[in-house]
Write a protein that binds this ligand. Structure first.
Ligand SMILES: [Zn+2]
Length: 502
């Protein structure tokens, strides 16, 4: 059980302050670590330097024993809803701030299509709910479309519809959303054309938000065109590629080519960043292998009846291109835990027929479509931050392992980069991408989101068979100065709803 030492005389169970003695301060900037003490009072870092006994009176004292003290990690790509579930597995891997509203979606529109739902109202509800982590959100473009009353299949919204989109986005940003996300591979984002997308860039820029995108096509041969589309659509706003990858690309040279392309755009003056996770499988709906003409608003049963042979041929070609039926592992539904090849063998059917039966709405799956050498190279680029692309209870190990695996594999086991740079990519880099000024670094006056850990003891324990097993090794996690997770146990719910510019 985690000890909760309370300062004497406090009416609530809030901790008045903490002194962390003899830590290796890795402050998030990338600068070399420094042995020192840190004093936290309330929710802020008050002092860095030798802290005397007198200064520590009435405060909890933690002996760091030379362990790393780092800012809490900021996850740039998170799913789920803190009104529905706790983010304990995120705290366990060192994440103290999550960014929701991804891929064009919105946690406020879980049940999709309820046009009356409002993101600002959801934000107020989260603020009142004492989440266990800090919660920031984007405004999802697909959700905006539905809130503006645009039917999903619409490619050319009217001027009046575009004005509604802009007005709702503006209201979300004024309420403190950090930018807008698009999900251009999904319904309804896939129906959006440049005129529509480009009309929103200036609205995002007006609030100094970021335009984040799950791009239209992540295949190795198309990813550059997708990035060009993002850059054009974002216009004057900062642009950010979500879960950067090259589906079925191979090797470090391919990664270097893509990074050169990104650097060229950055050198040309475009503010352009990305996030990635250290796993070889993506995780998304099986709809990803179906052609657009089989997706909503098309009626799948009619499509199957009328164009069955053509659909079967498409599925066969698409799955083979994506490393075959062994590389598609169901994560939800009746076949969870089995590959498409295994389900086909069990049912005594050809695998394309299994997919035809399942249909595009048939649940989520892990897709082993990435090359490790290539993805590692992308993840090491200095302008690429971490993003788990996971959710509480998610069926991909990235949901419970991303940040721990990054420390374990990239810093300790191989090692590919120093702890200072690894921490920077998970703290001050994402903070600067979001425009959060008072988190993501340990300095006097900043908010006290902090992690105490020995990098050599950090373990990501989730795998594809046990995707929910929590990470280990982050001994003490402070959120807004309060112990939120300690020695494997949840403690205070000290997270806040973060608003841009607040
Ligand atoms: Zn995505």
């Amino acid at each position: 059980m985690a000890p909760r030492l309370l300062a004497a005389g406090l009416a609530s169970d809030a901790v008045a302050g903490v002194v962390l003695r003899d830590v290796l301060l890795v402050d998030g900037s990338g600068r070399p670590g420094l042995r020192t003490d840190v004093l936290v009072r309330g929710d802020r870092i008050e002092r860095i330097g030798r802290i005397g006994t007198g200064d520590a009176r009435g405060l909890r004292v933690v002996d760091g024993g030379g362990r790393v003290l780092a800012p809490g990690f900021i996850d740039l790509h998170t799913h789920g809803d803190p009104l529905q579930s706790a983010y304990t597995q995120y705290l366990a891997m060192g994440v103290t701030t999550v960014l929701l509203g991804q891929d064009g979606g919105s946690p406020a529109l879980r049940d999709s299509g309820r046009a009356a739902d409002s993101l600002p109202a959801w934000m107020d509800a989260v603020a009142a709910a004492n989440p266990d982590v800090n919660v920031a959100t984007l405004s999802g473009h697909g959700a905006l479309r539905r809130r503006a009353g645009i039917d999903d299949g619409t490619r050319k919204p009217t001027d009046a519809q575009l004005e509604r989109l802009q007005a709702i986005l503006d209201a979300d940003l004024r309420a403190g959303a950090f930018g807008m996300s698009t999900g251009l591979e999904y319904v309804p984002g896939r129906y959006a054309e440049m005129r529509e997308l480009a009309s929103l860039g200036p609205v995002i820029a007006r609030h100094d938000g970021v335009a984040m995108s799950h791009m239209r096509n992540e295949d190795a041969g198309s990813v550059r065109d997708s990035i060009r589309e993002l850059v054009e659509a974002s216009g004057p706003a900062r642009a950010h590629v979500s879960h950067l990858k090259m589906v079925y690309g191979k090797g470090e040279a391919a990664a270097d080519d893509l990074l050169d392309f990104l650097r060229g755009l950055r050198d040309g003056g475009k503010a352009l960043t990305a996030d990635a996770y250290p796993y070889e499988a993506s995780y998304t709906g099986v709809a990803i292998v179906f052609p657009e003409w089989a997706l909503p608003p098309s009626d799948y049963d009619s499509v199957r009846r009328e164009r069955g042979a053509e659909l079967r041929a498409h599925l066969q070609q698409r799955v083979e291109q994506r490393n075959g039926p062994e590389a598609l592992l169901f994560g939800t539904g009746p076949h969870a835990g089995e590959t498409l090849a295994q389900v086909a063998a069990k049912q005594g059917k050809a695998w394309p027929d299994v997919l035809l039966d399942i249909g595009p709405g048939g649940g989520q799956a892990a897709h082993f479509v990435m090359d490790r050498a290539l993805q590692d190279r992308l993840l090491l680029a200095p302008f690429v931050a971490l993003g788990s692309d996971g959710s509480p209870g998610g069926s991909h190990p990235r949901s419970a392992g991303t940040f721990a695996r990054f420390i374990q594999e990239f810093v300790v086991a191989r090692p590919l980069l120093p702890i200072e740079e690894a921490v920077r990519k998970a703290t001050s880099l994402p903070a600067s991408i979001l425009g959060i000024a008072d988190r993501g670094s340990i300095r006097e006056g900043a908010k006290a989101d902090m992690l105490l850990f020995d990098p050599a003891k950090v373990r990501a324990r989730a795998d594809y068979v046990h995707p929910k097993t929590m990470a280990e090794g982050f001994d003490l996690v402070l959120v807004n100065g309060q112990p939120a997770y300690e020695n494997g146990e949840s403690a205070a719910r000290a997270g806040r709803l973060l608003r841009r510019g607040a």
